[in-house]
Design a protein around this ligand. Structure first.
Ligand SMILES: Cc1cc2nc3c(=O)[nH]c(=O)nc-3n(C[C@H](O)[C@H](O)[C@H](O)COP(=O)(O)OP(=O)(O)OC[C@H]3O[C@@H](n4cnc5c(N)ncnc54)[C@H](O)[C@@H]3O)c2cc1C
Length: 494
């Protein structure tokens, strides 16, 4: 039997589910996303860590504890298959007071119970040998060798591209507004772009999972935004080689000090609960950033007063009860994959297999594997990673790769053009600078786009055949211009 599956939300969770389900012959998979590109929800602004799996208490949060370690293991394979920028650099949970050392023991035992291998408490001396610029106040640390980092939005893009190559259809800039039910089962979605039929609906809509669930009268949980703010520093400012955590609090894993995947020192996040309805409040605050800086300094005293190139904030989707909510609801065909707060990025691949198992065991769907399924996806060509010989041979064949667009991150016109091709491949309907940024790293360096943004806008306008002013920074409402201002001079309204 064939099933039409609609996944609401193209974040790391929705796209992981799409990839895993794309392996089956008898599923037609549709991903519905209200933003014009993938990965622009919670998955866009986070720390990007692939956690080790020691932090989640299996008695309190059994799904988080189980899926984090499993997700960590799967990511080791997926980053290679999908060529996702990543690093497996390990983490150190640092005790700053003698009494914190007991907490490290608790974490080590919990990690071992969760199945994490290689956890080890290391002495002050070994710690300072590993990270000589760490605060001399450090007493000891838990070493977590399996932890790592990846770029979250490029990961979502990679999953989306791979899913499309395996037959998944993305509906971007498409907002789910209602869900249709008939004879005790879900039947269709109503969106701003019309109706999409579905036998199975998977709610992976991040911060809005409670609203989507309530469309069907299922209201046993709420999602509350918990804000976390960050600072990223300029090149050349020393950063640790491993991920540094303080000992955690019940509310959060604490302010992290790390070198983000682009090579810059990054500190954050703090944790501030917002009002339940305040789900679009991504503003950074003076107090929040000060808190981040003060806390990070306790681990890494060499945080400079200047040299910040970017600040940003993300919102954790905190669910009632604290654990992930992943279940098939009584209404046939409706699955909630809700409250996917941290470690959701880490857990996403395991969540996807868990959802597949719910289809098999709870919905009794007989899945038929495809004879041919493509596990691979290639990253775009990047001049910055090539040797001089490779680069000049490529430029000889394709001169666009010789025209530099972003000086800070050495991104060429050829790369921007490939990014635009790939945006079209998954169906990005409108040109935006951020879509290019997440695919190429252009605008992400020291000058944050002052030099390259106009050039990228011009290429987007040409390729999408829209006037230059209609190119957006990040979707509708962020257009670069205000329109044809010459109309005012002409006075003819044309
Ligand atoms: C500050 C912070 C730090 C974090 N750090 C880490 C970390 O280091 N490691 C880790 O493992 N996890 C971390 N997390 C958690 C991780 O980021 C999330 O668990 C994960 O990104 C959630 O992904 P998602 O796909 O469920 O949600 P999202 O990425 O939000 O995807 C849901 C999508 O649904 C779409 N949507 C919503 N409503 C509708 C609708 N009506 N119609 C159509 N589409 C809709 C949204 O636009 C969105 O794109 C962190 C989170 C935060 C906020």
């Amino acid at each position: 039997m064939r099933y039409r599956v609609a996944i609401i939300g193209a974040g790391i969770v929705g796209t992981s589910i799409a990839r895993v389900l794309s392996r089956y012959e008898n599923l037609d998979i549709h991903v519905i996303e209200k933003n014009p590109d993938v990965g622009w929800g919670v998955s866009k602004a986070n720390t990007g860590l692939i956690h080790g799996g020691y932090d989640d208490d299996p008695d309190k949060y059994p799904l988080r504890a189980k899926l984090c370690i499993r997700g960590n293991e799967i990511w080791h394979r997926w980053v290679k298959e999908l060529e996702i920028p990543h690093v497996w650099n390990g983490a150190l949970v640092v005790a700053l007071r003698d009494e914190d050392i007991k907490e490290l023991e608790v974490l080590r035992r919990r990690g071992e119970r969760n199945g994490v291998e290689g956890l080890r408490i290391i002495s002050r001396k070994e710690l300072l040998d590993m990270e000589p610029l760490l605060t001399p106040d450090a007493k000891a640390a838990l070493f977590v060798p399996n932890a790592g980092q990846l770029s979250p939005v490029p990961a979502v893009i990679a999953l989306a591209e791979n899913s499309v190559s395996n037959g998944v259809k993305f509906h971007l800039a498409t907002e789910v507004r209602k869900i249709g039910v008939k004879n005790g089962a879900v039947r269709w979605l109503e969106t701003n772009r019309g109706r999409i039929d579905a036998d199975i609906i998977i709610n992976a809509s991040g911060l809005y999972a409670d609203s989507i669930s309530r469309m069907l009268g299922i209201g046993y949980f709420t999602i509350t935004p918990r804000k976390g703010e960050y600072l990223i520093f300029d090149e050349g400012i020393p950063a640790p080689s491993r991920i540094l955590f303080p000992t955690p609090t019940p509310k959060s894993k604490g302010v992290v000090v790390t070198k983000e995947i682009g090579g810059h020192l990054m500190i954050g996040p703090n944790a501030q609960d917002l009002d339940r309805k305040d789900k679009e409040n991504f503003a950074t605050t003076l107090e929040g950033l000060k808190e981040v800086r003060d806390k990070a300094k306790k681990l890494w005293p060499r945080i400079p007063e200047n040299g910040v190139i970017r600040s940003f904030a993300g919102l954790r989707p905190e669910p009632t009860g604290g654990d992930f909510i992943i279940r098939s609801e009584e209404l046939w065909g409706f699955l909630n994959v809700a409250g996917i707060r941290s470690p959701g990025l880490t857990s996403a691949p395991a969540i996807a297999y868990h959802v597949r198992d719910l289809l098999i065991h709870e919905l009794d769907v007989k899945l038929v594997e495809k004879k041919k399924w493509n596990p691979y996806r290639k990253d775009i060509l990047r001049i910055s990673r090539m040797s001089k010989n490779q680069a000049s041979s490529l430029i000889g064949k394709r001169p666009q790769y010789g025209r530099i667009v972003c000086r800070c991150n050495l991104v060429t016109e050829g790369e921007v053009m490939e990014a635009i091709e790939r945006m079209r491949y998954i169906g990005v309907p409108q040109p935006s600078i951020d879509s290019v940024k997440f695919r190429t790293k252009a605008t992400g360096g020291t000058c944050q786009g002052s030099f390259c943004r106009p050039k990228i806008a011009w290429l987007l306008a040409r390729e999408y055949e829209v006037p230059l002013w209609k190119v957006t920074l990040k979707g509708e409402g962020s257009e670069l211009g205000i329109g044809d201002i010459k109309v005012l001079l002409r006075g003819d309204g044309k």
